[in-house]
Design a protein around this ligand. Structure first.
Ligand code: UGA
Length: 441
């Protein structure tokens, strides 16, 4: 099929490349000329495992191309996916100005007799589909189109496999014609397709992300009880996760959830529920637990080091999770900045995220030293904090790390390491929800 994706960010680019991979002809549109130029040169503006190969292969096969022209995309495609940002506003509600602008731009180029399906892929509040349809109608009286909601469920870091093998595809549509076309788009993916009305599809996305955030906050709240009682949250998570009704996924205690989705979507769902007159108070508590989790962790570091000022602290990991270069709303970055604010001297290492953290001014390179290896970060450190669970951190030579450190103290913010191994090597090891007191050396 001939498809167009407006917005070449994480969602748009991965979606476009995967659609091309299964045989569709895809035009990716972006209004950032610099990004379009990069993509046309074969450069990928984001790090996502497997994406570069996918883009190169499909560009070479002439199934994928990039342009800055919405008209080009709309003219040559049966279905137009909107995948532009929906950032949060200061009050937590969603800023829909990009969506509204794209709706107007589509209206401006739709020609008479040219039926198109306009699909909302961005995460939007319930009832946005109705507004997109109203906007297109207002700016183009003769347009023939249907609006569909098709939320994405891909995770950064494994976006390509998530998109190629989805658990489910949700299509919110009130038109049989549009539904049939959407089913053809997803036929090659062989995934269950749930067809709903537009409002339900929009709500599914916010409800799904909020539920996953709730699961994380639940286990983080349990981790506090584990620390106070001497229990081990990893065992508790396994024990409850073995119940198929609960499941072990997203029960990893740690520094809390971050990234460009969960914090924003929980806030948005709280705002939406308030606007609809049915406040979702449980989600306010989910947020509160998440915010406290980092504070509780820093308290542990402070308790052990007494005063953070002038302490040399190594931090492993800056991205909001492993296998991505995304540092937006990263708890690891918050941690670094809080340590710096208390006067600590932080040396940080991240396999992919350091450059963007500096470029986007999320950390101050005058105050945070960035190094090229984990061992270098540990050099002379009075404490080492694991903030993001990249696999390479688990495979370090810890005897060497210990030798390089001034004091062998490890604070494992993601429960990545084996506590007994760490203690055997001679570290004083702290984790999240794994007993209040570390075993002393
Ligand atoms: C999330 C959802 O998982 C996707 O299904 C959704 O499509 C996406 O948001 C989106 O709305 O676009 P993502 O933000 O890429 O995906 O990352 P996750 O893997 O969900 O992790 C989010 C945060 O939760 C990370 O900071 C991670 O460290 C944290 N987390 C995750 C935990 O603290 N514990 C866990 O058990 C799992």
């Amino acid at each position: 099929m001939d498809l167009c994706i407006i917005g070449s960010g994480y969602v748009g680019l991965v979606t476009g490349a995967c659609f091309a991979e299964v045989g569709h002809h895809v035009i990716c549109v972006d209004n950032d000329q610099r990004k379009v130029d990069m993509l046309q040169r074969g450069e990928i503006p984001i790090y996502e495992p497997g994406l570069e190969d996918l883009v190169h292969r499909n560009v070479a096969a002439k199934r994928l191309r990039f342009t800055n022209s919405i008209e080009d995309g709309v003219d040559h495609s049966q279905i137009i996916f909107i995948a532009v940002p929906t950032p949060p506003q200061p009050d937590g509600s969603v800023d829909l100005t990009y969506i509204e602008r794209v709706a107007r731009e589509i209206a401006g180029v739709l020609k008479p007799g040219q039926y198109r399906v306009v699909v909302d892929k961005s995460t939007v509040p319930v009832k946005t589909g109705e507004k997109v349809a109203d906007t297109i109608r207002r700016y183009n009286k003769t347009a023939e189109f249907d609006v569909v909601s098709n939320p994405e469920f891909l995770r950064e870091g494994c976006a390509v496999p998530d998109l190629m093998n989805p658990d489910r595809v949700v299509v919110g549509s009130s038109s049989q014609k549009a539904t049939d076309l959407m089913k053809r788009v997803y036929e090659p993916f062989q995934a269950p397709i749930l067809v709903t009305d537009v409002n339900s599809a929009e709500l599914i996305k916010h409800a799904a992300n909020s539920f996953l955030s709730l699961k994380i906050s639940y286990i983080n709240a349990v981790s506090a009880i584990c620390e106070a009682s001497g229990a081990d949250v990893e065992l508790v998570a396994s024990g409850i996760g073995m119940d198929k009704r609960i499941g072990r996924n997203f029960l990893n205690a740690g520094l809390g959830y971050g990234g460009s989705c969960f914090p924003k979507d929980v806030k948005a769902f709280i705002a939406i529920s308030r606007q609809l007159g049915t406040p979702f108070r449980l989600l306010e508590e989910v947020e509160r637990i998440n915010e406290n989790q980092l504070g509780r962790f820093i308290d542990k570091v402070r308790d052990a080091l007494w005063v953070l000022k002038d302490k040399k602290i190594a931090v492993w990991g800056l991205t909001f999770k492993p296998d991505t270069d995304d540092v937006r709303n990263s708890v690891a970055i918050d941690l670094v900045n809080k340590l710096v604010a208390e006067g600590a001297h932080v040396t940080a290492y991240d396999p992919k995220g350091a450059e963007k953290a500096i470029e986007w001014k999320l950390i101050d390179p005058q105050k945070v030293k960035i190094v090229n290896t984990p061992v270098e970060a540990a050099d002379g450190a009075e404490a080492l904090i694991l903030a993001t669970e990249w696999k390479e951190f688990a495979n370090q030579d810890f005897i060497e790390v210990k030798k390089r450190m001034h004091t062998p103290l490890i604070f494992d913010g993601r429960n990545l390491f084996d506590p007994s191994l760490m203690r055997e090597i001679g570290f004083t090891y702290y984790a999240v929800g794994r007993a209040n007191k570390p075993t002393a050396i």
